[in-house]
Design a binder for this molecule. Structure first.
Ligand code: SF4
Ligand code: SF4
Length: 333
C-alpha cells in the first residue's frame, strides 16, 4: 500500500501524487475511507462495502454523497482496518441473514474501488485466510491502468463494469474523463476474463448518451455476442437533478439496439418515467462538443459550475476547488 500511494498511478489519471503525504489527485482521497457496508440483496447478493471517493465526476451519479467525498462534506464512516472488515464480511456472509439472502461474496463498490486497490487487496487476503474460496466482486468504472486491471483480475471472481458512453465527447461531458482507457479495459476483460464478467452496466440517459448505445453495443458484439449487458434507467440525480428520467420506451429501444447489434444476453432494469426538464443549452459550451447529447450534458455541468470544456478533470485548473464536487442536488430520485 505504501508504494502505491506514495506516487499514485492506480488509475489512468496517473496523478503521481504522494497521497500518504496528503497530496491529492483527481480523486481527492488520501488513505481509504469506508462509507458504509451492508448485506445487499441486489444480484450478485453480497456483503457490500462502499468505499468513499471517486476518480470521476459523473453528472448523474446516484452515489454522489459517497463519490464526491471529501469535498461535499457528506457524512461517511471513516477508516476501518482491513482485518476487521475481512472478519466482519465473512461473519455477515455466514450469518443466518446472509445465508437467507444468498450472499456469497464481498462486493466492493463506491465511489470507485480502484482508488483504494491496495486496501481492498488486503481485505481480500485477510478474508480468504478465514474462508479460502470466498467470492469477490469488483464494481468499477473501468478507468484503471492495465496494471491495476490485472491486479483486480488476479483476485476478483466477478466484475460489474460500467460503461457510460462510446464517444469521447459524450464520455467527457458525462464524467470528465476520456473514454479510451475504459473501452480498452472493457475489451481486455471481454477477451481474457469473460468468465469473471458479471455484466457491463450502461446507464441510459435520455437525450445524453442515446446516440452512443448502438455503436457501444456493436463494439461489444464485435468481441463476443455472448457478453452480458444490463441497461439501467437513468434517474434524476446530482448535477442532472433537473433532467427527466429514462422512459420505458427508451429502455426497450436500448435492448432492441443491443439485440440488433447481435448481443444475446441483454436486460434492463430501473424505475422509468420520472419527470423533469427536457434539456437546456448553455451557449458557452455550444460548438465545443461534437454531439448534441454531450452538449446537453455539458450545459448542465456548466450551469452548475464546471468551468473547463471539453470536461477534463485530470488537467483542469479548478480540480482542487471543483465546484461540482460541492454541488448538493435539489432532488435525488
Ligand atoms: S485519481 Fe487515480 S491516479 Fe490520481 S490519485 Fe486518485 S487513484 Fe491515484
Ligand atoms: S470544474 Fe474541472 S474538475 Fe470540476 S468537473 Fe469541471 S472539468 Fe472536472
Amino acid at each position: 500500500m505504501e508504494n502505491d500511494l506514495r506516487e499514485c498511478i492506480l488509475c489512468e489519471h496517473r496523478c503521481g501524487v504522494d497521497r500518504l503525504a496528503g497530496d491529492l489527485g483527481v480523486c481527492r482521497m488520501s488513505t481509504p475511507i469506508v462509507a458504509s457496508r451492508t448485506l445487499h440483496p441486489a444480484p450478485p447478493e453480497s456483503y457490500t462495502i462502499f468505499v468513499a471517493g471517486c476518480n470521476f465526476k459523473c453528472l448523474g451519479c446516484q452515489n454522489w454523497t459517497i463519490s464526491q467525498f471529501p469535498d461535499n462534506r457528506m457524512a461517511v464512516e471513516g477508516y476501518v482496518d482491513s482485518g476487521s472488515l475481512a472478519r466482519e464480511s465473512v461473519r455477515m456472509i455466514q450469518s443466518s441473514a446472509g445465508i437467507l439472502m444468498g450472499a456469497d461474496r464481498i462486493f466492493f463498490s463506491g465511489g470507485e474501488p480502484t482508488i483504494h486497490l491496495p486496501f481492498i487487496e488486503k481485505i481480500v487476503d485477510n478474508a480468504r485466510r478465514l474462508r479460502p474460496k470466498l467470492k469477490v466482486n469488483f464494481d468499477t468504472n473501468g478507468f484503471m491502468t492495465e496494471k491495476s486491471l490485472h491486479r483486480v483480475l488476479g483476485f476478483t471472481t466477478s466484475l460489474t463494469f460500467d460503461i457510460k458512453a462510446f464517444y469521447d465527447d459524450t464520455m467527457r461531458a458525462i464524467s470528465g474523463t476520456p473514454v479510451g482507457p475504459i473501452l480498452r479495459n472493457a475489451e481486455i476483460v471481454a477477451r481474457t476474463a469473460s468468465d469473471k464478467l458479471w455484466e457491463y452496466r450502461i446507464v441510459a440517459i435520455p437525450e445524453v448518451n442515446e446516440e452512443d448505445i448502438e455503436p457501444l453495443c456493436s463494439f461489444l458484439a464485435s468481441i463476443s455476442k455472448k457478453l452480458p449487458v444490463a441497461f439501467l434507467a437513468f434517474r434524476p440525480n446530482y448535477v442532472l437533478d433537473e433532467h427527466h428520467g429514462a422512459t420505458r420506451e427508451l429502455m426497450q429501444k436500448c435492448v432492441e439496439l443491443a439485440r440488433g447489434a447481435g448481443l444475446r444476453n441483454v436486460t434492463y432494469a430501473g424505475m422509468t418515467n420520472i419527470p423533469g426538464k427536457k434539456g437546456i443549452l448553455v451557449e458557452e459550451v455550444e460548438g465545443v462538443y461534437e454531439r448534441a447529447g454531450a452538449t446537453l450534458a455539458a450545459s448542465y455541468a456548466r450551469s452548475k459550475g464546471c468551468t473547463t470544456h471539453p470536461r477534463n478533470c485530470g488537467e483542469c485548473p479548478s480540480m482542487s476547488k471543483c465546484p461540482l464536487k460541492k454541488y448538493i442536488p435539489i432532488r435525488s430520485c
